[in-house]
Design a protein around this ligand. Structure first.
Ligand code: PLP
Length: 434
């Protein structure tokens, strides 16, 4: 293709995109200018004009092993050639999902005993919420159906997962959502100072008392807030929260859709924070996003409560053999290449490089753990996303936060580029009005 033909084709694709596609999280009817990503390798993306970008977000956190892995393409092709799909409803089963469940349960924290496969995160949280309610219903406690969630938490876009998402703007216009969902405050150390854990635990106790512990089925939470601003918990938060939940018999659903599969240097963040979940919901990194896949890991207590219950729940593509085959190959890569340790090492280096930004007046905090990093400004962060993109770096602005979560394979040099470009545009944001 000549340069002129390539540029004509790029123009045509952009025009068709704007005319025909409704993109997630955009304003319907608003002018748009798509960035068409054409190929990717490791931590680098190329658009359809040939411009390259360091991928500082890994899309939506989904790609720990990096882009362009021939091994994952081969795993998918091999499985499609043998059996592309057959339903897992009822007693139908397939080999890759059987092997994947076994592998996941061996990697998971103790006490998790069974796996329900999904196609993604929202579906996983819908499943966990329904399973928590069903468990108590089956145990003769149908009124124990309240789901307790946190302001700032993000759990997805389905009826239940959105209801449990504590970001008001995302609810606007979609009501009424699933009823029986209650909230506690955002677990944000910055807003509560050194006493954050005590304040948050006291608030949790009070909220449980107000609702009535015997009415609460489960507490759902991310170990580290993702969309809510890459906020790690204040010190000692998780053991104390877990103690309160246990004392009141409330099930704990840990949303590890972002945090699992190495993002913070562990297979599951629950390990890092000493959490013993009743259910873990995971997706994204399980298959590095090469194909949609997710899993809910279900613990002993839930299985005991739900024993004998008819679980009338399932989506066509649950237990997809191609997704499972890709996930198994993805876990092999994470293991073989020592990428969990790499996340800790390069995450610490990026964090150290960004730390000086905290001195700036318009920067509220630089924070994060592993390769879940964030910079919070006192103003909208959109200009940082736009400026970085012009300079060949993809980062994501979520309100006043900049989200940084590259693939675990990001090289030292790419990490230095990321730090340099973020520093430049965060600094420049200070000269714009708050
Ligand atoms: N939970 C968390 C913590 C997430 O970050 C996301 C997506 O970003 C979801 C749930 C929803 O996952 P999905 O978009 O695959 O439905």
């Amino acid at each position: 293709m000549t340069v002129q033909e390539a540029s004509e084709r790029a123009r045509l694709l952009a025009e068709l995109d704007v005319r025909n596609i409704i993109h997630p999280h955009t304003t319907i009817g608003a002018p748009a200018e798509p960035l068409i990503i054409e190929r990717a390798e490791g931590a680098v993306l190329w658009d359809d004009t040939g411009k390259s970008y360091v991928d500082g977000t890994c899309g939506l956190w989904q790609c720990p092993v990096g882009h362009g892995r021939a091994e994952l393409a081969a795993a998918a092709a091999e499985q499609i050639g043998r059996l592309e799909f057959y339903s897992s409803f009822g007693d139908y089963a397939n080999e890759p999902s059987i092997l994947l469940a076994d592998r996941l349960l061996r990697l998971a924290p103790p006490g998790l005993r069974k796996v329900f496969f999904t196609n993604g995160g929202s579906e996983g949280n819908e499943t966990a919420i329904k399973l928590a309610r069903l468990a108590w219903y089956n145990a003769g406690k149908p009124d124990r159906n309240v789901i307790l969630a946190r302001t700032g938490g993000y759990h997805g876009m389905g009826g239940g997962s959105l209801a449990a998402t504590g970001i008001d703007a995302l609810h606007e216009g979609f009501g009424p959502l699933l009823s029986g969902v209650e909230f506690v405050g955002k677990p944000h150390g910055l807003e509560h100072g050194d006493d954050a854990t005590c304040i948050l635990v006291a608030e949790l106790e009070q909220r449980i008392a107000e609702i009535g512990p015997e009415r609460i089925a489960a507490f759902v939470a991310e170990p580290v807030l993702g969309v809510g601003g890459m906020v790690p918990p204040p010190p000692g938060y998780w053991p104390r929260v877990q103690e309160v939940l246990r004392r009141h018999g409330i099930l704990l659903i840990v949303d590890e859709i972002v945090t699992a599969f190495g993002r913070i240097g562990h297979w599951f963040a629950s390990e890092h924070y000493g959490i013993e979940p009743d259910m873990i919901v995971t997706a994204k990194g399980i298959s590095s996003g090469y194909i949609p896949m997710g899993a809910v890991l279900v613990g002993e207590r839930v299985l005991r409560l739900a024993d004998g219950a008819a679980f009338r729940h399932g989506f066509t593509y649950n237990g997809h053999p191609v997704g499972a085959a890709v996930a198994l190959a993805n876990i092999d890569i994470l293991e073989r290449e020592g990428l969990l340790d790499r996340a800790k090492e390069v995450g610490a280096a990026i964090r150290a490089g960004l730390e000086p930004l905290a001195e700036l007046e318009h920067v509220r905090e630089v924070r994060g753990v592993g390769l879940m990093l964030g910079v919070e400004l006192d103003r909208d962060a959109a200009s940082v996303q736009a400026g970085a993109r012009r300079d060949g770096l993809i980062v994501r602005a979520a309100g006043t936060n900049i989200i940084i979560s590259p693939p675990l394979v990001i090289s030292d040099e790419q990490a230095r580029t990321l730090v340099r470009v973020v520093r430049e545009h965060v600094t420049a944001a200070g000269s714009r009005p708050a």
